[in-house]
Each structure stands twice: as structure tokens, then as C-alpha cells.
Design a binder for this molecule. Structure first.
Ligand SMILES: [Zn+2]
Length: 150
């Protein structure tokens, strides 16, 4: 499932990427352009904009919740998706591109020393070059997800 989030949902897009969902984000103000992108890339639109016109062949989900935590819970419910652990941490939070595992030695000069000495698994984004590991970059995503499930 591929998603397209509108301009007010930037934070939600990052969280969905952390969870491994293909979530593009647009700053576009123009409704027609948003719809065109969704159609072109075959994406379901997630928005808080009630004025996006229903359009044939495009699925639009309008979120009502205000906080990131509630929006995430609402999204998972609406899309009937379960954030499986296996997909988590597979995508760049900035570019939405899938990450590739890289050899530990190759990131020696690119990450802080304490990270290099305490982490074993590293991933990089082929688009922006950002290096990821299961630490600070991904924050307390598990904690948030657990609190949503409760
Ligand atoms: Zn990236």
C-alpha cells in the first residue's frame, strides 16, 4: 500500500516511514496537483483537508485527530494495518526510500564514536546518504506504538 500525505501531516509521514510504509509527503497547496500525484503514483491520500474533492479511482482518507499519537492510531485503524516489527526501520525518514544494510566498517567515519562502538547493524539511504542504526535516529517508536495499542 502506497500513501500520499498532504502538507499538514509531515510528522505523521515520518512516523509512517519509520514503520516501513511507503509514505510520500507533499507540500503542494493545489488540490488538483495532489490528486494528480496520487493518481500517477497509485497512492491513497491521507489528509486533514476536508475540501479535497472525491475523485474517481482515488482513495482519500480524512483524519480527524489532532495529535501525532492519535493520528497514527487513526491511520492504522482506517487502513487496517498492523505495524509489524519486520517492516519497521526499513525506510529513510527523510526521503521515503528503502534502506540498505551496510558493513559496519564502512560507516566508521560517518557516525559518532560511541555509536560505532555500541551498535552492530547499520543501514544507509541510497538517496541522501544518511546512516541509520537502531538508536537515536528512530527515537522511541516502539514506546509510541505500544502506547497506541493500549
Ligand atoms: Zn534518505
Amino acid at each position: 500500500m502506497k500513501l500520499l500525505l498532504t502538507r499538514e501531516l509531515g510528522r505523521l509521514a515520518r512516523w509512517l516511514r519509520i514503520m516501513g510504509f511507503d509514505s510520500e509527503y507533499t507540500r503542494q497547496n493545489n488540490n488538483a496537483s495532489v490528486l494528480m500525484q496520487a493518481l500517477r503514483e497509485d497512492r491513497t491520500i491521507l489528509t486533514r483537508n476536508h475540501h479535497l474533492p472525491a475523485s474517481r479511482g482515488i482513495k482519500i482518507l480524512v483524519l480527524e485527530q489532532e495529535t501525532i499519537k492519535e493520528q497514527l492510531g487513526e491511520t492504522l485503524r482506517l487502513l487496517r494495518i498492523d505495524p509489524g516489527q519486520e517492516r519497521m526501520f526499513t525506510r529513510c525518514t527523510i526521503c521515503n526510500k528503502e534502506l540498505t544494510a551496510v558493513a559496519k566498517e564502512s560507516v566508521k567515519d560517518k557516525v559518532p564514536e560511541y555509536v560505532f562502538s555500541t551498535q552492530e547493524d547499520f543501514y544507509s539511504c541510497g538517496t541522501c546518504g544518511r546512516i541509520y542504526w537502531h538508536g537515536t535516529h528512530w527515537g522511541n517508536v516502539r514506546q509510541l506504538l505500544d502506547s497506541i495499542k493500549e
